[in-house]
Design a protein around this ligand. Structure first.
Ligand code: SF4
Length: 299
């Protein structure tokens, strides 16, 4: 039975902090970086514009992933309009054009911190091309084009917004890359271009399943979340999510949200405590890749 999925639920704006895998990861990685990322406007030491400019910097790895994500999104949107076979040459030309556009428009941390003189756009494009070719050549892509496409009116491709949801009443964000119905099941695909991290990515997949179960009123057993690794070759991890998994995940979200709430002066208004309460990591390897290193270690 094919079907069209219902609309995505919307929530009224609220200031309160919303849990996400990436937010909590950052909180654990370095609380000072977390402060700059989420609460830079409260900093009294550096201008907001400075913190925003550093925050918005990209890196070669991040941008490669970003371009691949956006190009696959464009490919799926093109399939929504027409099922004609994709012309690989044209598709890769489009990807090259996007690579140049994106790289020209952004400041790279490697250049800003003088680790590289300039960004090698051709090298980034080579990685982008590999990731896209790996996807196009995968069984998953073939299956999408042959099977999933038969109910493309139900496709949700990177939904607008941040994937806001409620987990046992708590605000949370679980934004999927691509969700689609096949028969009476829901499939969720999440593209990755970095290294596999089974524990972290499984947690994300449970989050997506929880979001889909809440949003579409489905049994978790009918939801199939998949992490698709696009580099250096195509590989997947998928998990079966059960009702007890979702209950355990809900408890985790509660605990992690409470930890992040403890760093706030006002929970309702999401106002942080003083910056000094947000500890700098002692792991200098993390600092070596951090956009805010000039603030923490001024010369
Ligand atoms: S430079 Fe290091 S201590 Fe400072 S915010 Fe970045 S990771 Fe944290």
């Amino acid at each position: 039975m094919n079907e069209k999925l219902n609309d995505i639920k919307r929530y009224d704006y609220s200031d309160i902090l919303g849990w996400s895998v990436s937010r909590y990861d950052k909180f654990k990685l370095c609380q000072r970086q977390y402060y700059f990322d989420y609460y830079g406007k409260y900093d009294t030491e550096y201008p907001r514009s400075k913190i925003s400019a550093l925050k918005s910097m990209t890196s070669t790895a991040l941008e490669t992933g970003n371009i691949i994500h956006d190009t696959i999104k464009a490919l799926l949107e093109r399939l929504l309009k027409s099922e004609k076979p994709v012309n690989s040459e044209k598709f890769l030309d489009y990807a090259r054009q996007k690579t140049v556009e994106y790289c020209d428009a952004k400041t790279f941390a490697e250049v800003y911190y003088q680790q590289l003189e300039k960004i090698d756009t051709d090298r980034i494009y080579e990685s982008v091309k590999s990731g896209l070719n790996n996807f196009i050549g995968s069984d998953r892509c073939r299956w999408i084009m042959e099977k999933a496409i038969t109910n493309k009116t139900g496709w949700i491709i990177e939904p607008p917004g941040y994937g806001e949801t409620r987990i046992d009443g708590m605000k949370a964000y679980c934004k999927v890359d691509f969700l689609f119905p096949v028969d009476s099941d829901i499939f969720i695909l999440d593209w990755k271009t970095g290294k596999p991290d089974e524990k972290k990515h499984a947690k994300q997949l449970i989050g997506y399943s929880t979001w889909a179960a809440n949003n579409f009123g489905r049994e978790p057993s009918r939801i199939f979340p998949v992490t698709a690794y696009l580099l250096p070759q195509y590989a997947e991890i998928s998990i079966k999510v059960s009702v007890p998994d979702i209950a355990a995940f809900t408890d985790t979200v509660k605990t992690e949200t409470s930890e992040m709430y403890a760093a706030l002066k006002s929970i309702e208004q999401n106002i942080p405590k003083e910056k000094k309460e947000f500890a700098m990591t002692g792991n200098l390897k993390i600092c070596g890749f951090c956009n805010y290193r000039e603030l923490c270690f001024p010369k």
